[in-house]
Write a protein that binds this ligand. Structure first.
Ligand code: ADP
Ligand code: MG
Length: 735
């Protein structure tokens, strides 16, 4: 073991769990009072706002209606008073540009009264509602040039402002949308809010016209299970690949991986649990209802999940959670890895986006329900989803096409790259009965029902859990399991909201048009039956990991897009441009810019990986290999005179073989690394981001795999004391 690695291990051995301090221990009984205390939510508003103003803002938060600008000044003042009490000297508009991170620019509450040398603490309604950050250094995918750099941020009053505490002060963070001066969305939140509005409107009209139900608003709900790795920070700092790329680019398989199945749901290590506990308290204070925590399948892998919330709030909370996990992990001497595949050979990480639709009164539209009418409503929404996923599988696939997911989707541990729906046995039977029924019955009452014989009670909770499906029905919600662990959840959610809304509209319009010729019940049954028959090819209840599924999917005409470039190409097809344009979620320009940015992100990531790999091999791995090669050669050399003097003595053939093996492997590694460098140079000649992505995928990645193959082989034969970087067995198991 190299000195550096030994020092790290000795250090870890002595390391004690870090105390989180007063905010965590002994306070379980204070949890309810602490919950949400770091947000300017309803509780804080009630205390700081005049009652008519409080009622207005509560209404805005409950229904997503627009805020009267006059109220904004009062809210801003209340917010400022509250934030200052929490220790905040600054505020910021917190927004989600298209670089996959949260962005913020801090402004102190200070201002100087004109003509007087007096400092005032001020915050106006205008400052709350709108900010004007320079947008020139955020990715825009060609939407605006640097000379029209101004962008503006607009307050999302439905996602509570929150306090971020640092060692020497606090900042008030105000969730906002971020647009270009010409009105195009430059962020992840704007289209999410638009898609929430769209799916709400389509649901409301459908519920009203077909089921005589009146609600104020329908919200998509999201419960995001977040997987991640925690490893010791000292190991991380000694691995340039983890620092630069978030994943290991080389590393031989350790003798023990996850085959003992001893990590999943195991007792949590004390350092890990103290870190996660601190994260939980921070998130509870921020009003995120974190609920579950457990060890995941791979050694060093963990998961936390909250209780579901409205989609935009859940999405913001997930971003905040990732930030806090990173910073608290550092405090605990750990590092939190969100990459989809930080270590080859063990499971990677995803996010499971549990998604449903709920009325403002809290009725879950994907709950099968107890009455025939509730069942009919459920079947209508289900049918809309099945149709949406079948028609727009390409978009769902594209929405999870981040570089890291390429290592995960279809890699026998995560859903395949073929988008399909899992319904479970009972619901599948229901769908088949509807499709195969010949006896659509006349309505028996005013209530809508399915009018299909042999309709069993719908399952409330599906215990039959198929982990191999990318999009599974789990009793009263769908679980989109293909989302990458490092991803901002917004885009997958935008796609889901939009395609389901479009489908609801299609089905409703079809029923209304049928109703010109027949009664509502018959029209309903006919359209449901036809739609399910047309789209049930996307339903698959078998083993999504099997090769057989790839063949079946192909015969059904379903797409299998294993690589990121293939998945991204589809984004701005005519079908998708039309979908987003007609729904006003993304204009053709906005859609194209997103595609461009996703290509850019992919290309930059792969280029960084390729360059990092080349450097690590040239400057760390090869020098160690040469050193070992020399020591084996020296050792043989040193015994040669002796062997020559002892004519009958055995010949060290095995040692010669070892030296040959070394020479050959080092040669292969040197050669493959040189080839990688040449390809990196060649990649600079490609013309467009699109072309480059295919070049990187088809040429650079295989070249990197070659380099890795030789390096990993050498790792298993080189003297352990000179191997320059931490090994898998150390990073995954020592903490
Ligand atoms: P599992 O690992 O078995 O899938 P978890 O309890 O880890 O289960 O996660 C399930 C997630 O689904 C939780 O975040 C939960 O709040 C969420 N969920 C439950 N009902 C809904 C719903 N109606 N809409 C969205 N998410 C939901
Ligand atoms: Mg789950």
């Amino acid at each position: 073991m190299s000195n550096r690695r030994r020092e790290i291990i000795e250090y870890i051995d002595k390391r004690e769990p870090v105390e989180a301090g007063g905010e965590v221990s002994d306070q379980a009984d204070r949890l309810t009072s602490i919950y949400d205390s770091d947000t300017y939510g309803l509780n804080a508003m009630r205390e700081t706002l005049p009652s008519h103003c409080y009622k207005k803002i509560r209404e805005v938060m409950a229904t997503g209606s627009t805020l009267d600008p006059q109220i904004a000044d009062m809210v801003a003042n209340g917010m400022k008073e509250w934030a200052i009490k929490q220790g905040a000297t600054h505020y910021c508009h917190w927004f989600l540009p298209l670089n996959g991170l949260a962005a913020e620019k801090h402004d102190a509450f200070v201002s100087i009264f004109p003509g007087e040398e007096k400092l005032l603490l001020e915050f106006s309604g205008m400052q709350l509602i709108k900010g004007e950050p320079d947008a020139s250094s955020f990715p825009s995918g060609g939407i605006r040039s640097t000379w029209e750099a101004r962008g503006y941020t607009v307050w999302d009053a439905t996602s509570p402002a929150f306090i971020r505490r640092e060692k020497n002060g606090a900042v008030l963070c105000i969730p906002t949308a971020f647009c270009s001066w010409t009105g195009e969305a430059l962020d992840q939140k704007t289209p999410l809010l638009r898609s929430m509005e769209y799916v709400s409107n389509e649901s409301l009209i459908t519920l009203n016209l077909l089921f005589n139900e009146t609600h104020k608003r329908v919200f998509p709900t999201l419960g995001i299970e977040q997987e991640f790795f925690l490893i010791d920070r000292k190991f991380y700092l000694a691995r340039p690949d983890l620092v630069n790329c978030g994943r290991t680019l080389i590393g031989a398989r350790p003798p023990k991986g996850q085959e003992m199945e001893d990590h999943y749901f195991g007792t949590m290590n004390s350092r890990i649990i103290s870190c996660i506990q601190e994260v939980e308290w921070k998130m509870w204070r921020l009003g995120m209802p974190l609920k579950t925590r457990h060890n995941e399948v791979a050694p060093g892998q963990y998961e936390v999940a909250p209780i579901f919330e409205r989609a935009n709030v859940a999405a913001d909370h997930n971003m905040m959670l990732m930030d806090i996990l990173k910073s608290v992990a550092t405090k605990h001497g750990l590092v939190c890895l969100f990459h989809e595949k930080p270590f080859a050979g063990v499971n990677g990480s995803g996010k499971h986006n549990n998604w449903s639709l709920s009325t403002d009164g809290g009725s879950n539209l994907l709950d099968p329900g107890h009455t025939p009418s509730q069942n009919a409503r459920f079947i209508l929404f289900l049918t809309a989803i099945i149709r949406a996923v079948d028609i727009h599988a390409d978009l769902l696939r594209a929405s999870v096409a981040v570089p890291g997911n390429e290592h995960r989707l279809g890699a026998n541990e995560a859903p395949p790259a073929i988008i399909s729906i899992y319904l479970g046995k009972e619901l599948d039977t229901v769908v088949n009965n509807i499709i195969n029924s010949t006896d659509i019955q006349a309505p028996t009452s005013d209530d809508m029902n399915l009018g299909v014989s042999g309709f069993p009670p719908l399952p409330k909770d599906s215990t039959d859990r198929n982990r191999t499906s990318p999009f599974a029905f789990t009793g009263n919600k769908f679980e989109f399991r293909a989302v990458g662990s490092s991803q901002v959840v917004n885009f997958p959610c935008i796609v889901l909201n939009t395609i389901v809304a479009e489908s609801l509209k299609y089905i409703r319009d079809s029923i209304l048009s049928e109703m010109k010729n027949t009664n509502r019940q018959t029209a309903f049954n006919k359209v449901i039956k036809e739609t399910l028959s047309a789209h049930n090819r996307v339903i698959f209840n078998g083993d999504g990991y099997s090769d057989e599924w790839k063949d079946i999917a192909k015969s059904r005409g379903l797409q299998n897009l294993p690589t990121t470039p293939e998945a991204l190409v589809n984004i701005n097809s005519e079908k998708n441009i039309k979908l987003f344009k007609e729904s006003s979620i993304l204009s053709p320009v906005e859609l194209e810019s997103r595609q461009e940015i996703l290509f850019e992100i992919y290309n930059k990531s792969i280029k960084i990986e390729a360059n990092s790999l080349y450097d690590i091999i040239s400057t760390l791995v090869l020098p160690s290999c040469f050193q070992y090669q020399k020591s084996v050669a020296d050792s043989l050399n040193s015994i040669m005179p002796f062997l020559q003097s002892q004519k009958s003595f055995c010949q060290p053939n095995a040692q010669f073989s070892l030296l040959s093996e070394l020479v050959e492997a080092i040669n292969n590694l040197t050669e493959s690394n040189q080839k990688l460098l040449n390809l990196i140079k060649q990649s600079k000649e490609t013309k467009s981001e699109h072309e480059l992505s295919f070049f990187l995928n088809q040429t650079i990645i295989p070249a990197m795999n070659d380099v890795r193959k030789y390096s990993d082989h050498l790792e298993t034969i080189i003297d352990d004391s000179i191997w320059p970087i931490p090994k898998y067995s150390e990073m995954l198991f020592l903490r």
